[in-house]
Design a protein around this ligand. Sequence first.
Ligand code: A5P
Length: 226
Amino acid sequence: MKLAAASMALEFVQPGMVLGLGGGSTAMVMVRLLADLLKAGRLHDIVGIPCPNETAELAHSLGIPLADLDAHPTIDLTIDGADEVDPHLNLIKGGGGFLLREKIIAQASSREVIIVDETKLSPTLGTRWPLPVEVISFGLKAHRNFLESLGAQVEMRITKDGSLFKTEQGNVILDCNFGPIPDPVSLSERLSCHTGIMAHGLFINLATDLVVGGLEGSRHIQRGEQ
Ligand code: A5P
């Protein structure tokens, strides 16, 4: 299903584009397919702008030309995954911990194409996935109290080996279970205003396109068309 979604999303890529490369397992499938298309000469003159380091490392190892946002502050099209997608194409992202860079890249993109399998679709954000919130470790307890005051059950993200998870910016992730979030726009605004929160996983009005991979192929939905 990931392959079907990634493959359809790459049909939107044109030669000469600056292409944002997202994070997570679905985005990694897309990066491998992109490398195949470039090698086969079916695409050319692409510059990739990777979000997390792991995407950069994979893309580099596959020979995809890369640059950064300083060299290309406007991105033609980004292809990225998501943890949860609602019917308005609003998202929860950050399962991999790359939400800050992913949001910066999404903001800079003329077109943000989200690739998911069907399991990521949800009637209401928060139903299937806790909301990742990236906070600076200074004042950690106070940030946690603030999130709990908004109704979240908060868990500090730890790694498989039991140590504290740190983002590529050296921050901490608090996974916030709000249950279904009836008004993600106002929650997003409240979180964005709180000093100490460096990023949160609500991506509101950023996705322009959704490609859903299923067992029988994929389907494309554009914002406003649903
Ligand atoms: C990374 O921080 C995320 O935003 C990913 O895009 C998201 O977790 C989806 O990952 P998968 O494609 O691995 O499900």
